[in-house]
Write a protein that binds this ligand. Structure first.
Ligand code: NAP
Ligand code: MG
Length: 405
C-alpha cells in the first residue's frame, strides 16, 4: 500500500517521561507505516530545553504560528525536585505557558466518549467541550492582606494623569483585598476563538458569567461576546443552524447537568479551570480528554490533557510492564492530521485520521483496554493490556479499517 502523502509539515513537539515513550510507539506503529509523515521536529524534552535555555520552546511556538498546526507531547513543568533530578540551570517556565503566551488563544478540552466508559451523569450522551479563556482574572491578581482599620480604594491613573476612583471598603479591622484585570483585546480573541471553534465543530456555543453581580467586569465579557457575535458571526451561525446562547453561570451549571451534551461551554479563566476538572472526571478519565489551543487567526496546537505520567515512567525505567493509556495522545495526532488535511485539501489524510480514531474506539469497545479504563468500565470480559499491547491492538483494527473490512 502506498503511504498517504502530506504537503505541509506538522510542527511536532516531543516531550517527557512515559508520554515520550508512548509518542515513539504511536509514531512507529500507527503513523509512519501508513502516512508519509512530514513534521518539523522540536524536542521539548526537559534536557533539550535546559541545553537551549528554553529557546527550543520559543522556536517551536513560532513554528506553530508559521505552519498553523502543531501536535505536542506532555512535558515536565519543572519544580524544585525536577531541578535537582535533571541538574537544571534554572527552573524553566511551563512550556504550555510559553506556547500560550506566544500563540495567544483559547484552550478547548473535550472528552472522548466510548461505550463501556459511561459518564457519571446519566443524561450526558455527547461530549461537552470546555473553552477556557487563558488570560487574566485571578491568575494575574494583586492581593493585599489588610493589617487593620483603613480605607481601600480602586484607583486607575490614565496616561494624562486623570484618575478614576472607586471605594472598595472602609475596613474597621483586618481583612484581605484582591484586584483583577482583563483586557478587551484578550476577551475579543477569546470570543473569536470560541465562535470559530463552534463553527468548525458544528456545535452550539454557550457562554456564562456572573454579570448580575459583576455589573461592569463580567458584563464587559458579555458585551464583547454579543457585539462580536452580531457583527461577525450571526449570519454564519444562522447558515450553519447553530446557536450562540448566553446565560448566567448558575443557570449554565444547572442546565449542563441536565443536558445531553454536544455543545461548547465557554468559561472565564477560573470557571474553565475548575469546570474542566469536573467534566473530565465525570466523563471517566483524564486519559480520555483531548486539549487543543486555538489562536484567533486559526492556528492550532493539539495535545493530551494529562501530564507525563511520571509514576508509570519510573516503573518503566525499572523494567516493569506499564499499562499507560495512549488514547488522548493518539487523538492529539489524529486531530492535528485531520486539521492539516482540511487546510491542505488532502481527503486521504482526513480519512486516515477518522479511521485511526475509530480503531481506538473499537479496541476499547471490544474490551481491550489499559488498566485505568479496566478499573472503571461497565463492560465484562475485559482484557487489560500493556502500553505497547494496547497500541498493537489498535493497529490491528486500523489495518482492517484501512483495508475496508
Ligand atoms: P499526570 O501525568 O497527568 O498523572 C497523574 C496520574 O493520573 C498518574 O499517576 C496516573 O495515575 C493517572 N494518569 C494520567 N494520565 C494517564 C494515562 N495516560 N494513563 C494512565 N493513567 C494516567 O500528572 P502528574 O503526575 O501530576 O504530573 C506529571 C508531570 O506532568 C509533571 O512534571 C507535570 O509538570 C507534567 N504535566 C504536564 C502537562 C502538559 O504537558 N500538558 C499537564 C499536566 C502535568 P496512577 O499512577 O494512579 O496510575
Ligand atoms: Mg484545574
Amino acid at each position: 500500500m502506498d503511504r498517504i502523502k502530506m504537503t505541509t509539515p506538522l510542527v511536532e513537539m516531543d516531550g517527557d517521561e512515559m508520554t515520550r515513550i508512548l509518542w515513539k510507539i504511536i509514531k512507529d506503529e500507527l503513523l509512519i507505516p501508513y502516512v508519509d509523515l512530514k513534521t518539523e521536529y522540536y524536542d521539548l524534552g526537559l534536557k533539550k530545553r535546559d541545553e537551549t535555555d528554553d529557546e527550543i520552546t520559543v522556536e517551536a511556538s513560532n513554528a506553530a504560528l508559521r505552519l498553523g498546526v502543531a501536535v505536542k507531547c506532555a512535558t515536565i513543568t519543572p519544580n524544585a525536585d525536577r531541578v535537582r533530578e535533571y541538574g537544571l540551570k534554572q527552573m524553566w517556565k511551563s512550556p504550555n505557558g510559553t506556547i500560550r503566551a506566544i500563540m495567544d488563544g483559547t484552550v478547548f478540552r473535550c472528552p472522548i466518549i466510548v461505550r463501556g466508559i459511561e459518564p457519571n451523569v446519566r443524561t450526558w450522551k455527547k461530549p461537552i467541550t470546555i473553552a477556557r479563556h487563558a488570560y487574566g482574572d485571578v491568575y494575574k491578581n494583586a492581593e493585599i492582606v489588610v493589617p487593620g482599620k483603613g480605607k481601600a480604594e480602586l484607583v486607575f491613573t490614565g496616561e494624562d494623569g486623570t484618575q478614576i476612583r472607586e471605594l472598595i471598603h472602609e475596613f474597621d479591622g483586618p481583612g484581605v483585598i484582591q484586584g483583577w484585570h482583563n483586557m478587551d483585546r484578550s476577551i475579543e480573541s477569546f470570543a473569536r476563538s470560541c465562535f470559530e471553534f463552534a463553527l468548525d465543530a458544528k456545535q452550539d456555543l454557550w457562554f456564562a458569567t456572573k454579570d448580575t453581580i459583576s455589573k461592569k467586569y463580567d458584563a464587559r465579557f458579555r458585551e464583547i461576546f454579543d457585539t462580536i457575535f452580531e457583527d461577525e458571526y450571526k449570519a454564519r451561525f444562522d447558515e450553519a443552524g447553530l446557536t450562540y446562547f448566553y446565560t448566567l453561570i448558575d443557570d449554565a451549571v444547572a442546565r449542563v447537568m441536565k443536558s445531553e451534551g454536544g455543545f461548547i461551554w465557554a468559561c472565564k479563566n477560573y470557571d474553565g479551570d475548575v469546570m474542566s476538572d469536573m467534566l473530565s472526571s465525570a466523563f471517566g478519565s483524564l486519559a480520555m480528554m483531548t486539549s487543543v489551543l486555538v489562536n484567533p487567526d486559526g492556528k492550532y496546537e493539539f495535545e493530551a490533557a494529562h501530564g507525563t505520567v511520571q509514576r508509570h515512567y519510573y516503573r518503566h525505567l525499572k523494567g516493569e510492564e506499564t499499562s499507560t493509556n495512549s488514547v488522548a495522545t493518539i487523538f492529539a495526532w489524529s486531530g492535528a492530521l485531520r486539521k492539516r488535511a482540511q487546510l491542505d485539501s488532502l481527503p486521504d489524510l482526513e480519512h486516515f485520521a477518522d479511521a485511526l480514531e475509530r480503531s481506538v474506539i473499537r479496541t476499547i469497545e471490544d474490551g481491550e483496554m489499559t488498566g485505568d479504563l479496566a478499573l472503571i468500565t461497565s463492560l465484562s470480559n475485559v482484557t487489560r493490556l500493556s502500553s505497547r499491547e494496547f497500541i498493537l491492538a489498535i493497529k490491528r483494527r486500523l489495518e482492517e479499517e484501512l483495508n475496508g473490512i
